[in-house]
Design a protein around this ligand. Structure first.
Ligand SMILES: [Fe+2]
Length: 315
């Protein structure tokens, strides 16, 4: 199979909802917000009747089609908001209409706040979203055997410096590795993964790093630190051949030829097919000291780098 990688270097597609669709989204948000009654904002998914919200329904279908079959990644612009509470409801409403939200931690949260808590590092056991560390290229869908169809990263505020998102098309990485068939064969074999942060009881499962969709599109499941940790816990160290395969993969993922870089602005949502696009971010510096909790009444403009993350399955 030959894959032409020249097209991978195109800009990430930017789209925006029409005014009619955005107005329908705001109406749906008002209904979700009114029905919340003291629960967490991500408790009840939004609902729209396609007959009453025709513009939003059609545009959600277009976005799903782009992610499923066309670009596999896009930036959706226009979600600026004043305060954190209404931004959370807006992102939750949109996400829960695009797909079925997945649980992301042992507390059953379906939206995760991504910001630096100022605590442990990833190597010390923290999950990536609680730190300001960069550098690990990964997919999010490594803690659960089933893949994430739509990954949303919604930017409420950017950092003082840094914090670029780096996106890597799994097909481009695969094309680079085709010169090393024995490496590809190793990556198609099972590795151990762990369910870090997803449940009270730690569980390990096996899955290949490289697989293919029914259409033959390369799919990658990868987060090296989690894989190394899972192999340690399993008591089955990575073999020399496995370590070499990870080194080749890391080296390819580090090449500018396979990377897109975008700096998300407040109000922009990055949406991707998680197993077709790996991602990471660059290290960042915030304007204020880190804190563990952020009050919902805060203005977005006063925050440190702040993102909301959702994992969705096709509806
Ligand atoms: Fe991630």
């Amino acid at each position: 199979m030959n894959i032409d990688i020249s097209h991978f270097r195109q800009e990430v597609a930017k789209v925006r909802l029409s005014q009619a669709a955005f107005d329908e989204l705001l109406s749906a948000r008002n209904i979700v917000e009114a029905g919340i009654q003291g629960n967490r904002f991500d408790t009840n998914p939004a609902y729209i009747n396609p007959l009453h919200s025709p513009s939003l329904s059609a545009e959600l279908n277009n976005i799903r089609n782009m992610i499923d079959r066309e670009t596999h990644v896009l930036i959706l612009d226009g979600f600026q908001d004043d305060n954190l509470a209404s931004f959370k409801f807006l992102v939750w409403t949109f996400g829960s209409l695009l797909g079925a939200p997945m649980v992301q931690n042992h507390l059953d949260h379906k939206v995760i706040e991504v910001y630096d808590r100022g605590g442990k590092s990833i190597e010390e056991g923290a999950r990536y979203h609680q730190t300001r560390q960069g550098a690990y290229v990964h997919n999010d869908g490594v803690s659960d055997p089933l893949p994430i169809d739509y990954l949303i990263l919604a930017c409420g505020q950017k950092a003082l410096l840094g914090g670029e998102s780096i996106l890597i098309d799994a097909s481009a990485a695969y094309a680079e590795l085709m010169a090393f068939p024995e490496i590809l064969e190793e990556l198609k074999c099972d590795f151990f993964f762990e369910n870090r942060g997803m449940a009270e009881n730690e569980e390990l499962f096996k899955a290949p790093i490289l697989s293919f969709s029914e259409e033959g599109i390369p799919l990658i499941r990868y987060f090296r630190v989690y894989i190394e940790s899972a192999h340690l816990k399993a008591g089955i160290p990575l073999t020399c051949a496995q370590t070499e395969a990870l080194n080749f993969l890391d080296t390819v993922l580090d090449q500018s030829t396979v990377q897109h870089r975008v700096l998300l602005e407040p109000g922009q949502l990055l949406i991707s097919a998680d197993n077709k696009f790996l991602h990471t971010r660059t290290h960042f510096i915030d304007k204020n000291a880190p804190c563990m909790e952020i009050n919902d009444a805060e203005r977005l403009s006063d925050l440190n780098r702040y993102m909301l993350r959702m994992w969705l399955r096709k509806p």
